[in-house]
Ligand binder design. Structure first.
Ligand code: UFG
Length: 326
């Protein structure tokens, strides 16, 4: 079985479905602090908290686990400024609880949800995995800290791992059953779609004075279903010993500005909405675009569902059907 921590969350739930479709048997571990019970479906569930060492030992004692996909964690940059201790406790200490339990139970394969936020403000783009990691927010710092722990568990006790550094995950599964649903929502695409749906007064553009072609930040948006497929491919390669422990970027290699995303939302939805230009948001690098050669070469993976309008259309479809949390 494959343990999926955070399997009731956004990227975790999409990956659970991809694992099942590929013939793996996942078991979800989630404490539902941000995950959704409705995302679990018929998959085995172990309701537990990564911050509890005894919970982590119990799940390995209960199930015959051969590998772990580790999604559980805190992932909002603004919240990480308000509550850095929560980020260290969950993303670092919680992760170490998982590694201790894996070590005690002889489980040696792990895929970690890492992030482009570990790079900070890039010196060059597209960003390769060799680019220096100098995070500029507490969230990125905690993710980097756990990446370093993985490195040393690999050196000292043979843990085999991949740190998948996602760029901007977006979009929703074609089924319409799962998708992005954060509370509070801070991400651009769902907020712009909320404005298009009339569920918000407006969408704000945070900063129009960045050193980019239209003055707004550039991001590399990657469809969550492409991310899910990369996890399955990465897991197979890791379990078969075809790939060494290392970080791998997951993105498209193409950046879109905030204004371009807003235009895509207008185009796809056919709705008009108010856009307000405001000052920069703390902790936002101007440009984050992935170099994707490593994923292509080692995993034979490239994004195929990440055309921006297609991402936005899938998120729009999900918004129309999902239960309203506000
Ligand atoms: N933005 C706006 N208005 C909004 C929300 C966002 O202009 O209402 C802008 C942001 O300033 C940023 C871009 O839209 O330039 C994308 O912002 P998101 O909040 O959607 O995503 P982030 O780039 O902040 O976050 C992503 C991942 C994080 C990761 C971060 C790295 O979701 O996990 O990239 O900076 F940490």
């Amino acid at each position: 079985m494959i343990l999926v921590t955070g399997g009731a969350g956004y990227i975790g739930s999409h990956t659970v479905r991809a694992l099942e479709a590929a013939g793996f048997t996942p078991v979800i571990l989630d404490n539902f602090s941000t995950g959704h019970r409705s995302f679990v479906g018929g998959t085995p569930l172990f309701e537990a908290d990564i911050c509890s060492p005894s919970d982590m030992h119990s799940v390995f004692a209960k199930y015959p686990i051969e590998g772990v996909l580790h999604f559980a964690g805190k992932a909002l940059v603004p919240e990480s400024y308000e509550n850095p201790e929560l980020y260290y406790r969950t993303n670092v200490t919680g992760g170490l609880n998982l590694l201790s339990a894996m070590k005690a139970h002889g489980v040696r394969h792990l895929i970690f949800s890492s992030t482009c936020a570990t790079y900070g403000v890039p010196e060059s783009v597209p960003i390769t995995e060799a680019h220096p990691q100098r995070p500029i927010n507490p969230y990125g710092e905690t993710k980097r800290a756990f990446e370093r722990a993985l490195h040393w568990f690999n050196e000292s006790c043979g843990l085999q791992y991949l740190s998948l550094r996602y760029f901007n995950a977006a979009g929703a599964d074609a089924s319409g059953q799962i998708g992005e649903d954060h509370d509070p929502e801070t991400h651009l695409i769902p907020l712009a779609l909320d404005a298009a749906a009339g569920r918000r007064h407006d969408v704000k553009i945070f900063g129009t004075d960045y050193p980019t072609p239209d003055g707004t930040c550039l991001r590399d948006y990657i469809h969550v279903s492409d991310l899910a497929r990369a996890h399955v491919t990465g897991l197979r390669a890791l379990l078969d010993g075809r790939v060494k422990s290392q970080p791998i970027n997951l993105g498209t290699g193409r950046g879109y500005s905030v204004r371009e995303v807003v235009e895509s939302v207008r185009r796809v939805t056919g709705r008009e909405f108010t856009v307000r230009e405001t000052s920069r948001r703390e902790g936002d690098p101007p440009v984050l675009v992935a170099a994707v050669d490593r994923a292509r070469e080692l995993l034979e993976w490239t994004a195929v569902e990440s055309d921006l309008d297609r991402i936005v259309a899938s998120a729009w479809k999900w918004l129309m059907v999902r239960p309203r949390s506000n």
